[in-house]
Design a protein around this ligand. Structure first.
Ligand SMILES: *[C@@H]1O[C@H](CO)[C@@H](O)[C@H](O)[C@H]1NC(C)=O
Ligand SMILES: *[C@@H]1O[C@H](CO)[C@@H](O)[C@H](O)[C@H]1NC(C)=O
Ligand code: FES
Length: 430
């Protein structure tokens, strides 16, 4: 998760690679911690707990407390003069090695002590621009109802012919080029590409620069740099989390003015636009077997090169699928398809997990109530005052205010529903 969307005051429950984890801020060590989301006492989710006054993670069920290493520090039910049961190994919460890089919390999904210092040997993928203070960054996270395997896509509807070439494919990923752009897939879950700002401004990867201006565009691209990044996190079969954003070293004033949630509305529309398609596509591919992808699909143009490259990598190094371990997801079977309304839901897939959108959602709902109150109070005043106590003009003003307040509150209710709950996207009418 991007750190900007995590609240330090509360523990957060998340699912990654089928593992339930709790992410919480240890103020004693000033670092994010990732534990198994199960209390060693009776397996209650620690994410339902709280951070206590001493900054420890406390289970909400019987109040056991854990420090940043997972050591149990308090068992309220244990008598003080009895055996020190909290010091037992079995009283410890299971802590995963974790680190913050690129303003994002990463963890190693294994609690075995041999991996305790894994971070010194194996680091998350590094994108230089994301660590550069001269670059402004934009983030969004969204839970997506299709698998990580289907997220990786740079192709779009109406795309013009794209000359994409994939190079250097090996276990660590691959590198690809088109026009002045270049993209890199860092296995298993990171993709980023450098975007020519002129191309980016068109938001159309198929745009060809006008003839004769090549060197000018190249020069501009050298000074003004922009990188799109995608982190695709497998959650469970048929579910993934997309952490998407960009870093750029120009025009950052505009990013400082426009609140994040306004940009999120636009990004969410893009995600929704092919959500249903990809959800269905994934089920069809599961029916033929993921390893048969290249037989089932017909991909004759170079614009599919990235997707073909990714499938090649997946088949070669991961048997065409994700290894979900021995747990309940071992078969990789997809869950039944939810109704469209649930599939396209924005509230649970994004708003609750985004600090900017959840804050805007609360404020806009409060504003809707204020508008309703204004409307009711105005009509009340207009109706209750005696005929000659206020002038006709004042009365008209009151009635107008009531009407405007009512209309504005209705409009706002619709806006909130459409942007924070459910926005259907119908291709047939476009
Ligand atoms: C804070 O950290 C120090 C040293 O790591 C430790 O001695 C102390 O007990 C910790 N306090 C809590 C509340 O975990
Ligand atoms: C947690 O407690 C253990 C045992 O008292 C101590 O060794 C360790 O340093 C503590 N960890 C943190 C992060 O405070
Ligand atoms: S289950 Fe957590 S304290 Fe009992």
């Amino acid at each position: 998760m991007p750190v900007c969307d995590l609240d330090k005051r509360v523990p957060h429950g998340k699912k990654v690679l089928g593992i339930d984890i709790v992410v919480w801020w240890d103020k004693n060590e000033s670092s994010w911690k990732v534990f198994d989301d199960a209390c060693p006492h009776r397996l209650a989710p620690l994410s339902d707990g709280r951070i206590d006054k001493l900054g420890r993670l406390q289970c909400a069920y019987h109040g056991w407390c854990f420090n940043g290493s997972g050591d149990c520090k308090l068992i309220p039910q244990a008598p003080l003069d009895g055996p020190q049961v909290h010091t037992f190994k079995k009283a410890c919460a299971r802590a995963y090695p974790s680190v913050v890089q690129h303003e994002m919390v990463w963890f190693w999904p294994n609690t075995d002590p041999e991996y305790k210092d894994i971070i010194t040997k194996k680091k998350p993928p590094f994108i230089p621009e994301m660590d550069d203070p001269l670059f402004s960054k934009f983030w969004i996270n969204r839970d997506i109802p299709y698998g990580y395997v289907n997220i990786l896509k740079v192709d779009r509807e109406g795309g013009k012919p794209l000359d994409i070439v994939v190079e250097q494919l090996d276990i660590n990923g691959f590198f690809g080029k088109y026009l002045l752009d270049s993209g890199k897939f860092v296995a298993p879950c990171t993709y980023y590409n450098y975007v020519d700002p002129l191309l980016a401004s068109k938001f159309d990867f198929g745009y060809a620069p006008p003839a004769g201006t090549d060197h000018k565009i190249k020069k501009l691209a050298e000074q003004q740099r922009m990188v799109f990044f995608f982190f695709c996190v497998p959650v469970s079969p048929g579910n993934s989390r997309l952490i998407w954003g960009f870093a750029k070293n120009f025009g950052s004033w505009i990013d400082n003015i426009i609140p994040r949630w306004i940009l999120h509305i636009k990004v969410n529309i893009v995600v929704d636009s092919d959500l249903h398609l990809l959800h269905i596509e994934e089920q069809k591919i599961m029916e033929v077997g993921p390893a048969n992808w290249h037989k089932a699909c017909f991909v004759p143009t170079k614009s599919d090169a990235f997707v073909v490259g990714f499938r090649r990598w997946l088949n070669k190094y991961s048997d065409g699928q994700i290894n979900w371990g021995a747990g309940k997801f071992s078969s990789g079977t997809l869950p039944p398809a939810p109704p469209r309304q649930q599939l396209m839901d924005r509230y649970w897939s994004h708003v609750v997990n985004c600090r900017s959108c959840s804050c805007a959602y609360k404020s806009l709902n409060a504003l809707e109530v204020v508008l309703q109150v204004v409307s009711i109070v105005s009509i009340g005043i207009a109706a209750a005052t005696k005929q000659n106590a206020i002038s006709a003009t004042a009365r008209t003003a009151m009635v107008s205010m009531a009407v405007i307040g009512f209309a504005a509150s209705r409009w706002l209710a619709h806006f909130i529903y459409k942007n924070f709950h459910y926005h259907d996207y119908d291709h047939t009418l476009h």
